[in-house]
Design a protein around this ligand. Structure first.
Ligand code: OGA
Ligand code: MN
Length: 280
């Protein structure tokens, strides 16, 4: 006999998707991430992510285990064993400028982070990332996302034709973070779930276009970076405590504004294991 309906875990009949009205992004209301979600709710969130690229959930009160459980609905959370001191929940990576007992408790400090797509310097880059806001500075530290699909679509046909088939070298500025073999990625990336094409380059990690001389490569990259970061393709998230933001790294890049070193900022990050090789 089938198990009765009473065993059904919390559904979210009140789930609402509220688009930001900007370049991308939507707020998801009516979902409590501290509770297990039903397959139907997870599917609605997944669909919203494919439509809006960045989703945020306000006023969440979640433990590290609950954040990892939510992340796992969309893939396998990465374990960050190498870069941070021992922590009980290894899938949580601290993004913070806080120093305790003379040691940074997390990564990325308080400087500006220029636009990037997570882990694009690896052969299989990041797919989905999530940040949960625990402590926030009084000023600065906003995160912005760029709609790289809309930016691609807005190029003229001659430029699209020029970019077709090109690949670019992606490198992390910290040498030891890189893959042993030089990593190249297609300039135009096709999203495996939607078929949409997006520019897949970033000021932070893209160094040069393969097969062009350096001047031509620099000129083309500068043109594309300026094009992509026009205001109509960029959306800014103003953080509130308790925000959980999740984003799809495949059609987007993101940057973080600087904030004063005297302010504390702590976000807990989870990322989905990289299992996709980008293709045009
Ligand atoms: C990241 C990142 C931005 C931020 O964690 O990958 O880019 O706002 N963080 O801290
Ligand atoms: Mn990032």
């Amino acid at each position: 006999m089938p198990v009765a309906q009473t065993s059904q875990i919390s559904d979210s009949p009140s789930l609402q998707v509220l688009p930001t009205g900007g370049a991308l992004g939507a707020e998801i209301c009516g979902v409590d991430l501290a509770r297990p979600l039903s397959p139907d709710t997870i599917q609605q969130i997944h669909r919203a992510l494919l439509n809006h690229y960045v989703l945020f959930f306000r006023r969440q009160h979640i433990s590290e285990e609950e954040q990892v459980r939510f992340t796992a609905y969309f893939g396998t959370p990465v374990e960050h064993v190498r870069e941070q001191p021992d922590r009980a929940i290894k899938e949580i990576f601290l993004i913070s400028n806080i120093v305790a007992n003379g040691k940074p408790i997390g990564a990325l400090g308080n400087d500006e982070l220029t636009f990037h797509s997570d882990l694009s310097y690896l052969p299989q880059p990041g797919r989905i990332s999530m940040l949960y806001a625990v402590e926030l500075p009084r000023v600065g530290g906003e995160t912005q996302w760029c709609n790289c699909h809309a930016a691609y679509e807005a190029l003229d046909e001659a430029m699209k034709a020029r970019l077709r088939g090109l690949r670019a070298i992606h490198r992390h500025p910290i040498a030891r973070q890189n893959h042993p073999v030089t990593v190249t990625q297609p300039l135009i990336r096709t999203h495996p779930e939607t078929g949409q094409k997006a520019l897949f380059i970033s000021p932070q990690f893209t160094r040069a276009i393969v097969g062009l001389d350096l001047d031509e490569s620099d000129e083309l990259l500068m043109f594309l970076f300026a094009h992509m970061t026009q205001p109509q393709f960029v959306w800014t998230h103003d953080w509130q405590l308790g925000d959980l933001v999740m984003w799809d790294n495949r059609p987007t890049m993101h940057r973080r504004a600087t904030f004063p070193a005297t302010e504390r900022r702590l976000l807990k990050r989870t990322q989905i294991f990289n299992d996709e090789t980008p293709y045009e």
